[in-house]
Unconditional design. Structure first.
Length: 629
């Protein structure tokens, strides 16, 4: 059922039944004398109410087709139209006009059910058509009745062309079922579908021509002949309906003018028929009513002329209003595309449109001015960004060059101090000088190495040599290397390791560099006699290494940027032992290259610091541990 709902379009049914109901309702209200024949006998006592219902149904369906109201309103309009058609079916059934009875029953039930079907959308255009399906079913039933039960159609009511009924009925039976099946067959060939539409539609038109026209059954004339032509050309008409913008101003204004004009004329004509005037005259009834009937026929002809004229006036007026709005919409599209010079409509003498155009023009001028200012600022920002990038590049080059240039004299000084030491220390001051030179050379070598590493990391030149290792042994080795520095300042350096190994995959040399930087910092910023505690323990799937001291600590504003390049706390003017501020930057970079994190903590100046390194572990069984070098 859901598949059928998605496969059938209801748009053509809406338009066709709206025109049918509106036409028949207006015709009955304006010229009721044309409905004195047999099939309408049951409706004659209620002709005014039924005509108003038919007209309201037609206008309501037109509004549903154009306005797309809420679902409950749509269901109510569909139900009203269904009741209108079913009332016709009852009236035809009471005089045993079976083709009309079954046709209006099928259409009435179809209208009731179509209120539950989804409306077409530009994204979803069903291939099948509900109107074509209902007409095909009605044509199939009518053809079967005429062909199988010909005796039911020998009544003179059916006109002088009864001899053609069998041929037309056979043609309907050959084409209409195929057309009905094609509406539900998604793979049906388009060319054959168009041919079936033409054959079925023209045959249905012929059916109405030989049955309804001679007997002047006007609902049949409109339904069979009009519906047949609509079915014949339905594929082309559906393309037009799909392209129709029902929300456009010209569409709605044309519809509103046509409805307002026609309703006014219909109401005026219908009211005059119910004033209750009595005219006494000695003349035949037919002759007495001839003038009235002629006037009503003339009024209906005038109505048929006024409706398209009103629609045309609505279209012209709407175009006059919509043209500057379209131009304004084009200007908005151009503005969205970046064209600020597109012309804007002046409003064509329409005050509201002129105000809208003036407001848009002012907005566009302001936007243009702001855009120019934004482009100027953006150009300045780009120039500054490029200058900063160039400065950063030159800084990296300078660091690399500085590190390489410092290495050369450091090597010469180191060699000279070594030679001095080898020549003997026969004077205490000479020995002291040699010791100072060697210690400072070692300090400079460390700084230059750090400087080189930062430069390489910045340029992406550092690659880790990963291998299985025990992080606990790396920590132990690093502590033993740093212990002489702590002992020189009479500091207590303690180490606490987990009893089990800390297996991971990493670069042992780089990890020792990380820990050496942390330990040197701890020794450097802790007073003589202070304490430095080092621990390494597993924590979930990570190894956590902590270096804690009771030294000078860090200010709260320094903690968020302590790992930034060249970041340092306040130093004395002589900067004794301050360094370059690159050690912790190097620590963070190397730790992150190993997939870990590093964090600094301090309760404030004078309250010591704690650096925590967290590195991912791997199962020991998957690694063949290599001792640190």
């Amino acid at each position: 059922m859901n598949k059928i709902r998605r496969q059938l379009s209801v748009e053509s049914l809406l338009w066709a039944m709206s025109l049918f109901c509106a036409f028949i309702g207006a015709f009955l209200l304006v010229a009721p004398h044309h409905f004195q024949t047999g099939p309408y006998q049951a409706l004659l006592p209620f002709w005014l109410a039924w005509g108003a219902l038919a007209l309201a149904s037609g206008v309501g369906l037109l509004a549903v087709a154009v306005v797309r109201p809420r679902p409950w309103v749509r269901l109510g309009v569909h139900a009203m139209a269904g009741v209108t058609l079913l009332a016709l079916a009852v009236s035809f059934g009471m005089v045993k006009a079976l083709t009309g009875m079954f046709t209006y029953t099928i259409l009435g039930l179809g209208m009731l059910l179509s209120g539950l079907l989804p409306r077409d959308s530009p994204e979803h255009a069903p291939r099948g058509d509900l109107f074509a399906l209902l007409i095909s079913l009605a044509a199939t039933v009518s053809g079967a009745l005429v062909f199988l039960l010909p005796d039911l159609f020998r009544n003179p009511f059916y006109g002088p062309f009864r001899s053609y009924f069998q041929v037309i009925a056979l043609a309907l039976l050959l084409t209409a079922p195929l057309l009905a099946w094609a509406q539900l067959a998604p793979t049906f060939d388009d060319r054959r579908l168009r041919i079936l539409h033409v054959l079925t539609g023209l045959t249905y038109f012929s059916f109405g021509a030989v049955i309804s026209i001679p007997s002047r059954v006007w609902t049949g004339v409109v339904l069979y002949c009009g519906g047949g032509l609509l079915v014949a050309f339905l594929p082309a008409i559906r393309r037009r309906l799909t392209a129709l913008d029902t929300s456009a101003l010209r569409t709605r204004l044309a519809l509103a003018l046509a409805i307002a004009t026609s309703l006014a004329l219909i109401s005026a004509t219908a009211v005059t028929s119910g004033l209750g005037w009595v005219v006494a005259a000695e003349a035949p009834r037919a002759a007495a009513l001839e003038g009235i009937r002629h006037g009503r026929d003339l009024a209906f002809a005038l109505l048929l002329l006024v409706i398209p004229l009103a629609a045309l006036i609505g279209i012209v007026a709407a175009r006059r209003i919509a043209r500057p709005l379209d131009q304004l919409a084009d200007a908005v599209d151009a503005l969205s595309a970046g064209d600020l010079a597109a012309p804007v409509a002046t409003g064509a003498g329409i005050t509201e449109v002129a105000r809208l155009s003036a407001a848009f023009q002012e907005m566009r001028d302001r936007l243009s001015e702001r855009t120019r200012e934004s482009e100027r600022l953006a150009a300045e920002l780009r120039a500054r960004a490029e200058a900063l990038a160039e400065t950063d590049r030159r800084k990296d080059e300078f660091l690399a060059m500085l590190a390489h240039e410092l290495r050369n004299p450091l090597g010469a000084i180191a060699n000279a101090s070594y030679l001095l030491e080898q020549l003997g220390t026969d004077h205490p001051r000479k020995a002291r000088a040699v010791e100072i030179i060697r210690r400072q050379i070692q300090h400079l070598v460390v700084m230059v190495d750090d400087l080189l590493d930062v430069s390489r990391i910045t340029r992406g030149k550092v690659e880790l040599r990963r291998e299985p290792l025990d992080l606990a042994e790396v920590v132990r080795h690093s502590v033993e290397t740093a212990r002489p520095l702590a002992e020189a300042k009479e500091q207590r350096l303690s180490l606490e390791l987990a009893p089990e190994p800390l297996p991971m995959r990493g670069d042992a040399t780089r990890l020792e560099q990380v820990l050496s930087n942390l330990l040197r910092n701890a020794v450097k910023f802790t007073e003589s006699g202070g304490n430095i505690d080092v621990s390494a323990r597993p924590d979930g799937g990570d190894a956590v290494v902590r270096v804690k001291d009771d030294g000078i600590g860090m200010a709260p504003d320094l903690l968020p940027r302590i790992f930034d390049l060249f970041a340092q706390g306040e130093q004395a003017l002589d900067r004794s032992g301050a360094g370059l501020g690159i050690g912790l930057t190097l620590v963070r970079s190397l730790v992150e290259m190993h997939g870990g994190t590093v964090e600094a903590r301090s309760e404030g100046p004078g309250k010591g610091s704690e650096l925590e390194v967290r590195l991912p572990l791997e199962p020991a069984a998957a690694l063949s541990l290599v001792p640190p070098h």
